[in-house]
Design a protein around this ligand. Structure first.
Ligand code: DHB
Ligand code: FE
Length: 281
């Protein structure tokens, strides 16, 4: 049986990718942030996954105004790198796990989650920056990846409740896969940040810390937080945090907190990071 053995949450700030790619992680500005991931790199080397389901959002790098799936799943054998701003990062291609991804897509669609199936997908910083934070700069990524893009950039975005339910359905689907796989699920994006408009630069660390507490201890209530609260309290891009609810829904009722880290700011963002394991694990 396949099993979800951990959930990882992390911000996905594009400038962090640039700091890695230009060898600046030990600069005064960046070192305190990267230090918060040192534990995580060791932990993931000791607790590897065969496959990571990475819940992330595309930032109009691959999708755009023409097509914006609400929930999608990458079922290809490989995913090329793309990005806005600095362009594609010089990092290894991301390898997929077509067998598990196909099983998940079928199972989720029969569970009434109308996933868009992606036989071709290029992945941007939403997915690649978390890979760099957890694995550094390897020649080949140590895990296969199933990209799960979520629309959080264009109205209407899915509700927190729907995201949390999708996570629960992913847990069930993984456990029904006929194969012995260790699976991690990652929720990326957030925490509070606003990169546009009059409130650009907004950060709300106390709100972020409460969000983390609730994600760990009371996700059933957290799923009902309205999008407007994310906007008001966590800035116009804070709604990326609904992707953490998918990760949390896939871990079951109770979790162990393995690692927790906050750093303010990185670029315009309040960086938050968690490693959680299911309590029954
Ligand atoms: C920033 C953060 C993001 O999550 C993003 O997608 C773009 C920019 C930032 O902090 O600059
Ligand atoms: Fe983002």
């Amino acid at each position: 049986m396949a099993k979800i053995t951990a959930g990882i949450a992390t911000s996905h700030v594009p400038a962090v990718g640039h700091a890695v790619d230009s060898g600046r992680t030990q600069d005064d500005y960046w070192k305190p942030m990267f230090d918060g991931y040192e534990f995580s790199k060791k932990w993931i080397a000791e607790n590897p996954a065969d496959v990571a389901i990475i819940v992330y959002n595309d930032h109009a790098s691959y999708f755009g105004m023409d097509i914006m799936p609400t929930f999608a799943m990458g079922i290809a054998e490989k995913f090329n790198i793309c990005d806005e701003g600095y362009g594609p990062r010089p990092i290894p291609v991301v390898e997929g796990h077509a067998e598990l991804a196909t099983h998940l897509a079928a199972s989720l669609i029969l569970d009434d989650f109308d996933m868009t199936v992606l036989n071709k997908l290029d992945v941007d910083h939403g997915l690649t920056v978390p890979l760099s934070l957890m694995y550094g700069t390897p020649d080949k990524w140590p895990t296969k990846v199933i990209p799960l893009p979520v629309n959080v950039v264009m109205n209407p975005q899915p509700s927190g409740e729907r995201c949390f339910s999708l996570g629960k359905a992913i847990k069930d689907a993984v456990e029904q896969f006929d194969g012995d796989l260790k699976v991690h699920i990652w929720g990326t994006g957030g925490m509070s940040h606003q990169i546009q408009g009059a409130r650009a630069g907004l950060i709300n660390l106390p709100w972020d810390i409460q969000f983390m507490d609730d994600l760990i201890n009371d996700p059933e209530t957290l799923q009902y937080k309205p999008h407007l609260e994310y906007m008001v309290e966590a800035g116009s891009e804070g709604v990326e945090l609904i992707m953490w609810l998918i990760m949390r829904g896939a871990l079951g009722d109770k979790v162990n907190e393995v690692h927790r880290f906050n750093h303010v700011p990185a670029s315009n963002t309040s960086v938050g990071h968690l490693i959680l394991t299911p309590k029954d694990n």
